[in-house]
Design a binder for this molecule. Structure first.
Ligand code: PHE
Length: 338
């Protein structure tokens, strides 16, 4: 009898109860009234009286152990997902989330494309710039208001350094590189110390262009910008140049295009004028050429610069500049098919 109990104990200890069928078979074979442990109770009656106490205790230990094994195995089974039965193979797969290109990237690439087609290459430069490349080489006199703390983020403990306020700084670097002629456009992020609002931000993006060769004239500037405007806003687009001032160009101009929304009839975007301003431009001041080691008696050139945000707002009728920097996917996803 004692042997039998030990035998059964060994037997149940070696069992593997890893699924519901095994568990149920175990219950029937060992735990039910007609099971192997139940049968022990029948045998128990034949045990001589003086052994009953000892054998009874052993049977109880076995019974408890057998029940425990059952309980633990049952709980484990309930906590594990049975991958062979609980997966719904008919469910459609989760689609890949395809993002959208940022509208500023879309428009920047479009601008670069338009100029690449007429032989402009792309140049790049640092966002933390020294005074020379951002200001002095470009004829900003020492007292010019753009150097003021109001407009420029200076670098603490580095009095000569600032976050670039325009990508004209890249053009200085290209001119200093000394390879002529130059036909380049410089896209990049720029910084100005402005209060953030729907119309102004302390960071924005520019594309600036520079063309330097022998005999480059004002007519070349006009033709290039007319071509650009027609490519970007449609072949009916007209341009208008208004006199302006930049320290690095002479003469300097601001350029308007005929309003692309109302065919120049006057609407709230062009404030009834039929024209919207899109860029600044001019003939490179000979002094700037000389500053950068280019002989201004032999070479001449033009430059222009525009804010990508402004061009994008006009193209897609976005009315708040801050949307470009908030990375709200509800905004960006609207440009999926742009
Ligand atoms: N750098 C000027 C700006 O940031 C734009 C510009 C570039 C004007 C080239 C004229 C020529 O406003």
């Amino acid at each position: 009898m004692i042997n039998k109990i030990q035998q059964l104990t060994l037997e149940i200890e070696q069992l593997q109860l890893t699924n519901e069928t095994e568990l149920e078979n175990y219950r029937l074979e060992y735990l039910s009234k007609k099971g192997k442990i139940g049968a022990l109770m029948d045998d128990f009656r034949t045990v001589p009286n003086e052994q009953k106490k000892e054998v009874g205790a052993l049977i109880n230990v076995l019974k408890t152990k057998a029940q425990e094994l059952f309980d633990v195995a049952k709980e484990n089974l309930e906590n594990t997902v049975d991958v062979t039965t609980n997966v719904d193979y008919t469910r459609s797969v989760a689609e890949h989330q395809v993002g959208a290109r940022h509208p500023l990237s879309i428009v920047r690439n479009e601008i670069l494309d338009v100029f690449n087609r007429i032989g402009f290459n792309v140049s790049d430069g640092p966002e933390v710039e020294d005074d020379w490349h951002n200001f002095s080489a470009l004829n900003f006199p020492p007292e010019h208001p753009a150097r003021d703390m109001q407009d420029t983020f200076f670098i603490k403990d580095a009095p000569n350094m600032a976050l670039r306020t325009h990508t004209s700084s890249i053009q200085v670097r290209v001119m200093e590189g000394g390879q002529l002629p130059i036909r380049t456009i410089s896209p990049g992020r720029v910084y100005r110390n402005e209060a953030v609002s729907a119309r102004a931000h302390c960071q924005f993006h520019q594309v600036e262009g520079l063309y330097i060769d022998k005999g480059v004239s004002f007519a070349d500037l006009k033709q290039t910008l007319l071509y650009f405007s027609k490519e970007l806003y449609g072949t009916n687009t007209k341009i208008r140049l208004r006199p302006s001032y930049f320290p690095f160009t002479e003469p300097s101009m601001e350029m308007d295009i005929s309003c692309p929304f109302c065919a120049a009839k006057g609407c709230n975007i062009c404030k009834g004028t039929g024209w919207v301003e899109i860029l600044g431009c001019g003939m490179v001041d000979p002094q700037v050429l000389d500053n950068c080691g280019i002989d201004s008696k032999v070479y001449s050139g033009f430059a222009f610069g525009m804010g990508i945000e402004r061009i994008t707002m006009l193209k897609y009728q976005v009315n708040d500049l801050r949307l470009f920097f908030e990375n709200d996917v509800r905004f960006i996803n609207q440009f999926k098919n742009a």
